[in-house]
Design a protein around this ligand. Structure first.
Ligand SMILES: [Zn+2]
Length: 176
């Protein structure tokens, strides 16, 4: 497995308004700007926005796995390596600090805890329910691809956006 610096190479091409991480174009926006967009979506569209954010995250989590495996050159069957790479990547990107990933192969359940999720920041603990919908979807797509699990759902049962100590995500089979 590569080191953080080897895996995530930032390059700037200002002449073409392009920034890339290991060849993948990205944009830099402030957490505040994203937070305003998130709050507007939720206030205008309500639960519909939760679904949009979730599905967008899911696609990113599922399809991004191959890219990320290539960046890090980790063994795709080694969960420890995968989790270590994702923990380093997500904190380096300013997304979140991955605290713990517990996989229960018997029950096909995964419990993930995280702190400092970018999606919760703008709510400053004042939301009335969990708010990390994009991350919830991202984790669902990531776990399905990385751990070869099918048809999961991901619920956030505790969230810093509503003042809980940690964001906690529970993934389990959609049909059970
Ligand atoms: Zn949260």
């Amino acid at each position: 497995m590569r080191t953080l610096e080897e895996a995530l190479k930032l390059e700037y091409d200002s002449a073409n308004a392009n920034v890339t991480v290991s060849g993948v174009p990205i944009i830099l926006i402030s957490k505040n700007t994203f937070g305003v967009l998130h709050k507007e979506l939720i206030s205008v569209l309500g639960r519909g926005a939760e679904g949009v954010l979730y599905h967008a995250g899911y696609e990113g989590g599922r399809k991004g796995f191959k890219h990320i495996a290539r960046w890090w050159d980790f063994d795709v069957k080694d969960r420890e390596e995968i989790i270590s790479a994702y923990a380093q990547m997500l904190s380096r990107f300013g997304w979140l600090n991955l605290e713990d990933v517990e996989v229960d192969d018997q029950k096909n359940e995964v419990v993930i805890t995280a702190k400092n999720c970018f999606e919760a920041r703008k709510y400053a603990g004042q939301a009335d329910k969990p708010v990390c919908h994009y991350i919830r979807g991202f984790l669902c797509g990531f776990v399905e691809s990385a751990f070869k699990m099918e048809s999961l759902r991901c619920d956030e049962v505790s969230c810093q956006g509503r003042g809980d100590e940690i964001c906690k995500f529970v993934l389990k089979p959609m049909f059970w």
